[in-house]
Design a protein. Structure first.
Length: 388
């Protein structure tokens, strides 16, 4: 869903592509659904989970995150929990970033690849005192857990898809940090990006992570699923009078494209290589061996990828559909994966793959679908930098 300005009021309009929110028969219900529906949420399926698409005012929800603080249901994220004395050493041989010295309270981005170097999932990895949590798209959790299991031979490691045991929220926006300090304690102010701490929300234990999914101050909140409703109400009650606004996926879609945050199954999949789709924050080029490393190192030191996920600034009013062609002259040189109208930028922006000869910033291209054609310019994401 995109946002448009009608007179002086931002309103929602459907995106110009066919990937509309829908309800799947087998989709699970968010653990926060009861509280969300009481506040007017319209639920839709995303990544196998029914989560709020909006609360009746997606434009207002977007504005809350940009100017204050928003509360996002992240139940479409899952958790793989690793236990056992060999968990750190073993995990370091499975994922792209270096975690051999990962300590409790620390975290990092990474990815897990197959033997051909293709992405199985992008990850955030969190060290705890007696386990490691791997945060990833929920619909990839069992796939990655099964892939891990194939490489546990004589190691003291157990990999569990623990997604059903936890509930996941994100508090995000320029006022997120002072809000979380008030909610969970002064320690929240000092967490480096992707580091985390244990706290209490209401009477529930909570893992609070200094996340940067949207390139702005944010805290992911992971709590026991049984405490989901209590934690939701505790945060909303604290946020009363402080401008805390529940935020749905329609607004999140715009915010994440502005931040250049690609999603598995939307902007990349198992057909993509790491260096085509993810950032260098996800990989170490100096660590020891891991699954798919040979391909990553060959791309980095001996060759190149032929395409890469790029940002596109689009001229005109229309929002291109997913799959629209990116052209240079009459030649197709890429494909759009996500496109939105950015209220903050006052223009259409997109993510899409562009071939090597055409991905330099400032390159002039065209986006074409059906009878429509729009001028576009390559621009490196993020489109909006928060200066963190």
């Amino acid at each position: 869903m995109a946002l448009r300005r009608a007179g002086d009021v931002l309103t929602a309009e459907p995106r110009a592509e066919s990937r509309e929110p829908r309800v799947k028969d087998m989709a699970m219900l968010s653990p926060f659904a009861e509280q969300e529906k009481a506040r007017g949420a319209v639920l839709a399926e995303r990544f196998g989970v029914l989560v709020p698409e909006h609360y009746g005012d997606p434009a207002g929800e977007y504005e809350a995150v940009r100017k204050g603080v928003g509360l996002v249901d992240m139940s479409w994220r899952g958790v793989i929990e690793l236990t056992g004395t060999d968990r750190i050493r073993w995990l370091n041989g499975q994922i792209t970033n270096d975690v051999k010295d990962l300590k409790a309270g620390e975290g990092t981005l990474a990815a897990v690849l197959n033997v051909k170097g293709h992405i199985l999932a992008d990850l955030a990895v969190y060290g705890l005192s007696d386990s490691v949590w791997i945060d990833l798209s929920r619909d990839r959790a069992q796939i990655v857990r099964d892939a891990f299991d194939r490489y546990i031979v004589a190691d003291d490691v157990v990999a569990e898809n623990a997604s059903d045991r936890y509930a996941h929220l994100m508090v995000v926006g320029p006022e997120a940090q002072p809000f979380m300090v008030e909610a969970a304690g002064a320690g929240m102010a000092d967490l480096p990006a992707w580091h985390h701490a244990q706290a209490s929300l209401g009477s529930s234990p909570a893992r609070i992570i200094a996340s940067r999914w949207l390139g702005m101050p944010g805290h992911d909140v992971i709590v026991p699923a049984a405490a989901a409703g209590e934690v939701w109400e505790a945060l909303m009650n604290l946020g009363a009078g402080r401008g805390l606004c529940p935020v749905g996926m329609a607004a999140l879609e715009i915010l994440r494209v502005e931040a250049g945050w690609p999603w598995f199954g939307v902007d990349f999949d198992e057909g993509n290589l790491l260096m085509e789709s993810l950032t260098r924050d996800h990989v170490s080029f100096t660590k020891g061996c891991y699954i798919g490393q040979e391909v990553v190192i060959r791309v980095e030191h001996q060759g190149h990828v032929n395409k890469r996920l790029c940002g596109l600034r689009v001229a005109g009013e229309a929002v291109p559909p997913v799959g629209a062609g990116v052209q240079s002259g009459e030649r197709t040189v890429g494909t759009v994966t996500s496109a939105v109208r950015s209220p903050m930028l006052g223009r259409v922006i997109a993510l899409g793959y562009v071939r090597r000869d055409f991905w330099d910033p400032g390159t002039k291209l065209r986006i074409v679908w059906g009878e429509q054609s729009l001028e576009a310019e390559v621009a490196p994401p993020p489109f909006i930098s928060e200066g963190l």
